[in-house]
Write a protein that binds this ligand. Sequence first.
Ligand code: PHE
Length: 503
Amino acid sequence: MAAAAAGASSAPAASLDGVILRALESADIADSRCWADEQGVSHDDVEREMNSLESEGYITKTLNQTLFWELTPAGEEAVAQGSPELVILKALPAEEAAAQADVKAKVGDDVFKGGLGIAKKNGWVEIEKGTGNIVRKADPAAVEDKTASLLKGLSDALDAKTLKELKRRKLIAQGKRTAWTLGKGASYAVERRRTAADLTAAMLADGSWRDTTFKPYNFDAEGTVPACGVEHTLLKVRTEFRRVLFEMGFAEMPTSRFVESCFWNFDALFQPQSHPARDAHDTFFVSKPGVARHVPEDYCERVKTVHQTGGYGSRGYGTVWERSEADKLILRTHTTAVSSRMLYELANQEGGFTPKKYFSIDRVFRNETLDATHLAEFHQVEGVVADYGLGLADLIGTIRDFFRRIGITNLRFKPAYNPYTEPSMEVFGYHPDLKCWTEIGNSGIFRPEMLAPMGLPEGVRVIAWGLSLERPTMIKYRYSNIRDLFGHKVQVAASKSTPIVRF
Ligand code: PHE
């Protein structure tokens, strides 16, 4: 019932278009505002109806705009109470000078500021030298309040200089009146044919769709922005990288382990215990719990031997290898820690080794000094291919293939060093917008010292590469500061406005 009552109260607005059409039958509506007043309806309602009638060609409308002067609240006050200069004059005692502060307190700041100069110019007051006090020089009952009379008779007929002065004093302001002249349009009719916005099941059932006029499509209408969550900009790129890697036949590695042991992060990768990356300056150590619970003992023994004395054709590092170092827990510094676990599992899976292509995209942590291009946590994209007889050409070919699929074709490879790969290559890509070569990845063939202790069969070679997720994202979306992309300063709105990626 309540809804029906509400509908009834807005009934005049609902048929307003009909009233407009009927009015136009005999003559144009010269001024929509005057007409709205005559009809006792709001001009907003008239505007809405006339826009809709115009869009369907029933009527034409022409804009009439006029500028006019109107009193500001201060101007109205001046008409009612007298101009600021008169108010000041009235506030002054007849006999003695008054302190400026007292007068100001009495009349208010605005009146005081707006009226004192004029009162002085009119010769109504004087400012006492030395004290700055105000002295009354005229009888408020005898003076003529010119300003108030001008405001009372405000019209466009006043000369431009006077109007400008009143405007300067903020007593008047310019207003704008907008109204429309309405006439018959090309498709004018007294009765409006209702157009339907939707084709309904009922129309189909009773056949009424045949005689229904449908609203034309409005291709200029803006769609509503759906209120939904969005993928973070980095995740948009990750989604696309995953698609590309799945397409290339890679399987995803489980990367949920942010806390990792030094064993899998460093030792299994034949990274010496004296390596500077294992320092607290570069790595976040976990204190509670501080040590790993489990590493495969026999494998750990082989790792120890290869570090200390070598094996598999290697001389090792010839240094003491401490289990306590390997057991320390850290936040993983690279996703290669995930690869080392996976390769160990691959070597020891039931049925023995089978060739595999793995990838992972997830977070890593380094104890970095933060700046525009460095964060203490970032993301790595890692790829590993394990098969018999792979070589450098396979590595270069796989990397080329991956980057070609993400739109980077101009690549260079530069010899590099990693403790776990030999040979190692840094990958540089030519950035067509920045017109320079940028490092986009690191890669290599895993050393026998790393693979053989895991139990991978002889002849199996593992090629691998890693790159940051942030760098290509920054290039793709033209971010110059990494902190705008990831971290607590990121604007959610920015994620909403970045488009999805298709490489
Ligand atoms: N782990 C290396 C890094 O963090 C990347 C890499 C992965 C290099 C695999 C070679 C092989 O930069």
